[in-house]
Every structure is written in structure tokens, then in C-alpha cells.
Design a protein around this ligand. Structure first.
Ligand SMILES: [Zn+2]
Length: 264
């Protein structure tokens, strides 16, 4: 039985510690900072067996050097993102096995936020970094809208019960935007209320599930007539296909600020 433990780093980011319940070895995904991860491992009486990185941004990798100085462990990360601390570069279709932590994860190349971005999938869990967020998706930094949309489709096609662990606690702001785009979506309204309550109690809104994202995340719903209509209204022109709707929705979100101060 695996257990996933959230570690809050750098205000609004998560590193995830993953390993067998009551096991002494675990892996960490995206340690943006070393100290909170080391503290969490110590509290759990666990040692690191490996580090997994989803992409090269500093808020996901900055803790690696300090952690491997303490315990020399393999560092897996996307081949195409060229991260200096990665000694086990991986790409699409690779399988990572960490038997001492009872783990086997498949690597999915999900470009768009960065060129090399990968997700790790296995045991009914997926670590999506900054590609798929709770209720949203990452910004387009190194890829096209078509690439990021294809990456999101791949993640959305995982089994519906798959638990989604992403890199940041952005869910409430994402869902507030989503509710503006698709105000009649009741599942979305319920999810926003639930996520708001969790954040008010300083609880993570994650993991979500693939089915929940498909029902409420506007970036996975770009063929829904209500979303097409709202995005066209905002763009002020007709949008020809799903990629155009997705690109316009992403631009809309880039310039969007919550109407009221964010709840923290
Ligand atoms: Zn990023």
C-alpha cells in the first residue's frame, strides 16, 4: 500500500513524498526546496531512494543539490529539459523502477509548459508537474497550444479514478476562473465550494481525480458548447477548432485576475 505525503514548499508549491506506508524508503517528486522535504522525511522516519523531476523550472528542482549532498540517490528527469542534477534522463515510454520503495512508474512526455516536461504515472497516481493543475493547466512557455492540448488529452485519457498530483496549490483561483467561463456547471460549483473550504482550513485541495478534472477543468472541455461560446465572446471572434478555443482560453486566463482578493 503506497502513501503520498504533500510537502508545502515556497508558499504555493508542492513536493510529493511517495513510498510504501510505514516503509523506510521513499522517493520525492519536484523538491523545490530541500529543508521542508528533509524535515518531512525525518518526521516519517524515511530516507530517500530517488528523486523525480517533472521539468526544469527552479521552483521544482532547487532542492535537489542539497538533498543529494545529504544522500546520494539517482535523480530522474526529462532528457529534453537538460537539468544539470539529473543523472537518469528519461523520455516517453521509459519505465522507472525503484524496488526499494516498491515503485514502478511510466514516463509520459507532456510538452507545452516546457519542451521536455514529463509526467509520472503508476499505481493509480499521476504526477503532472505544471502541465495539468487542479482545475487548470500550466502556462505555455516552450511549446505550442496544440502541443499542450495534446499533452492534456493524454493525461485526461488515463483511467478516470487516477489520482492527480500537480506542482502548485492553484486550485481555488483556477476554479474561480473556470466558474466564470462555465457558470452553469454544477460539478464545478460544488468543487469550488469544497476547494475553498479546504484552503480556509489550510488543507491541500489535491489530489483530484482524472474524472473530476474532465468534469470541471475548462482546459479539458474545449469542445463543450458553453465553453466555446464564452471563449468566443471573450475573444470577440469565431474560433475555428478545439486548438483555437484552447489557445484563446489560455490567453484569457493569462490576463485574468480574481475579482476579489484570493483566499489564503
Ligand atoms: Zn513550471
Amino acid at each position: 500500500m503506497l502513501e503520498v505525503c504533500p510537502v508545502r514548499v515556497l508558499d504555493d508549491s508542492y513536493a510529493w513524498i511517495l513510498g510504501p506506508r510505514r516503509g523506510s524508503l521513499a522517493v520525492v517528486v519536484d523538491p523545490g526546496q530541500a529543508a521542508p522535504v528533509a524535515d518531512a522525511l525525518a518526521r516519517r522516519s524515511q530516507r530517500l531512494a530517488a528523486i523525480l523531476l517533472t521539468h526544469h523550472h527552479s521552483d521544482h528542482v532547487s532542492g535537489v543539490l542539497e538533498l543529494i549532498a545529504e544522500t546520494a540517490v539517482p535523480v530522474y528527469g526529462p532528457r529534453r529539459d537538460e537539468i544539470p542534477t539529473v543523472d537518469r534522463p528519461v523520455g516517453d515510454g521509459d519505465r522507472i523502477e525503484v524496488p526499494e520503495a516498491e515503485l514502478a512508474l511510466d514516463v509520459l512526455h507532456v510538452p507545452g509548459h516546457t519542451a521536455g516536461h514529463v509526467a509520472y504515472f503508476g499505481h493509480g497516481l499521476v504526477f503532472t508537474g505544471d502541465t495539468l493543475f487542479g482545475g487548470g493547466c500550466g502556462r505555455l512557455f516552450e511549446g505550442s497550444a496544440r502541443e499542450l492540448l495534446a499533452s492534456l488529452h493524454r493525461l485526461a485519457a488515463l483511467p478516470p479514478s487516477t489520482e492527480v498530483y500537480c506542482g502548485h496549490e492553484y486550485t481555488v483561483a483556477n476554479l474561480r476562473f473556470a466558474a466564470q467561463v462555465e457558470p452553469a456547471n454544477l460539478a464545478l460549483a460544488r468543487r469550488l465550494a469544497d476547494a475553498t473550504r479546504r484552503v480556509e482550513r489550510s488543507k491541500p485541495t489535491l489530489p483530484s481525480a482524472v474524472a473530476e478534472e474532465r468534469a470541471t477543468n475548462p482546459f479539458l472541455r474545449c469542445t463543450e458548447p458553453a465553453i466555446v461560446a464564452a471563449t468566443q465572446r471573450h475573444a470577440g471572434r469565431p474560433l475555428g477548432d478545439e486548438v483555437e478555443v484552447f489557445a484563446a482560453l489560455r490567453r484569457w486566463k493569462d490576463g485574468w485576475r480574481p475579482p476579489h482578493p484570493a483566499i489564503d
